[in-house]
Design a protein around this ligand. Sequence first.
Ligand code: ADP
Ligand code: ZN
Length: 725
Amino acid sequence: MSKITTEKLHHALKHFFGYDEFRLTQQSIIESVLDREDTLAIMPTGAGKSICYQLPAMLLPGITIVISPLIALMKDQVDALQANGIYGAFLNSSQSPDEQRRIIEDAKKGAIKLLYIAPERIPANSDTFFTFLKGLNPSLFAIDEAHCISSWGHDFRPEYLKLAILKKQFPGIPVIALTASADKVTQKDIVEKLALSHPKIYISSFNRPNINYYIQPKKNAFGHILEYIKKHKDDCGIIYALSRASTEDIAGNLHKAGIKAAYYHAGMDSAERGRVQEAFQRDEYKVIVATIAFGMGIDKSNVRFVIHHDVSKNVEGYYQETGRAGRDGLRSDAILFYSFGDIMKLRRFAEVEGNPQQSAISQKKLQLMQEYCEHEGCRRQYLMQYFGEQFPAYCGSCDYCLSSLEEKDATVDAQKLLSAVFRTGERYGAGYIIDFIRGSASEKIQPDHKLLKTYGIGKELKKEEWQWMVQQLLYHHFLDKTEDQYATLKLNEKSWKVLKGESQIKLVLRKEKEVVAEEQEPEYDPRLLKILKGVRFDFAERENVPDYNIIADNSLVEMAIYLPETFDELKHISGFGDYKVSKYGAGFLKVIKEFAKEHNLPSRMHFKTPKRATKEKKERKEKPAVGNTMHTTFAMFNDGMSVAEIADQRRLSPMTIETHLSVFVATGEIDISKFVSNSKLSQILSVIKSSGQTHALKPIKDLLSDDYTYGEIRMAMEYYKRINS
Ligand code: ADP
Ligand code: ZN
């Protein structure tokens, strides 16, 4: 087949879907499909897999058959296509026979471009079905959520195995399989089970730069959640909790606090679940509190936050859930409340009776989840490495990168804490000890304890600082905790060494948040945005579809920023394909014009640089995805300043500066010899290698003699990762 030009592909993308640029590997995937190659596309959730078969469907003659496992998702996809003036339809068990017949008629007439079919509609050996499909003369098969075919994956669906017949029945028709599952075994399984022939495989980066990752100690989690939601009252989000009961509790309490929240879990009947999901899609509920059962069928692009009230069972699940935030590319938050207690609870659940192998895998995955939560480094880097990608040690948008860190001698503070544990008889949990050490007047503190000398010796530190200290002491085994519900703090041998002054403690302490220079977002008038939302709402009401089906939030924001005046200008706003411009353009342009006139605002369309022209430049600039603050550090370092001098001048801790610079060691822009002598380097590298530890510094430091600093180890670790990538 003759290659379609890039120009034509972009034109089609804009015409049918209103987008200016392809994301990630979309373009290559589409080209591969148009070349009639079998293709496996692996892309994170929300990255835009649908376009990979929808655009070819529009460019190929005839019909494209899409196999998709979730009925709710199908309807959504078809609605979205309809909103772009494309006739898509689905066949599944939710329809009446009449409805199905009508669709089949339309398909036979060649009116339908994309036909979504649920896998259970493919009978194992029904000739009639394949005869029917052959009669439609399909040009392409798309298998969505293709990991469902693999029993290794986390969502095996036996019906998917029937798809193995496809390649036999239609040997000449290309198949595109799509999934967000990055697991190698699953990939191999998909290719084999679908019998794809010499497939082209495309794997996109799993990084979701618009999502900020935060992990917070789980302490008054509900209070923090409520505070967060109140601060973001126009946003909608999902809160995940482990048990059905707690989803109901949390949703109930949010409701009492005046927040439009609902719960969702597998114990509800499917009609009720459908209702909640639908209402969330339409923004009637702002917040859904759900067990993990919620989400696969969700295609809501403006989810602004995903909160994990409890720790997840594994990193894959966690990442997939956080990935439901920010599909529209706007800034979103992923927040997890971490407690070791949750890990303990999950350890029990991870045991699969009679299946030691499966139990071991689950336990290992849980252990890695714990490691992620306790990781002393960039969260994003950890996640990317978990999925097999290299990433610099600093992302600038996770809780670690946003707080400036300091390595401090914490021996005296630790002694205070440990002796408080000792004096109160090793019978209390962290909460009590912290109240005690800070001299709380609360009645909860026993009267005789108020007479002890250690009562109130830790007033100078904040509660959160003591909490952090306890966590760090536990993490480094300077303190133990019972594994029952009381989580009583206990001293151990290492604690006594500290108490006797025989051993010193250096801890990584968090200082106040460093204000990271944020990329300036262009301004718009929120009143106009509100008006635009109103216009969209009216369209949505009239058509009885969710708001974002008319046009996504980010398109509204763009209109409010650039104030397009004409249909032509509107075409430059993301999300406006020709169909949407002609259908909704007048409605939006009218209110923009009115608003601009009333407030005397000129169009700012000339500020909107065509993205494609600047893309190359941007890509070059973006290469190491690092923030400005690090480049400042880097420039100062190149000017010959030492770490201490830079720290002094920038009022950051030396450790933060080292963290910045380590990124450039990782990219090879700074020579490792500037930080670590040759002999030390080889020593550190061999310890890293033999321990297999490439995240945490402390275990490596423990294996080396005292004259190795954290800074040296950090640099060597980055160097190690670079040469082994
Ligand atoms: P996935 O199936 O990978 O989870 P979707 O296909 O549902 O993701 O796409 C997620 C969102 O991104 C949708 O709202 C979609 O319209 C949008 N999108 C897809 N491709 C692009 C693009 N090239 N430019 C802008 N938005 C896009
Ligand atoms: Zn980070």
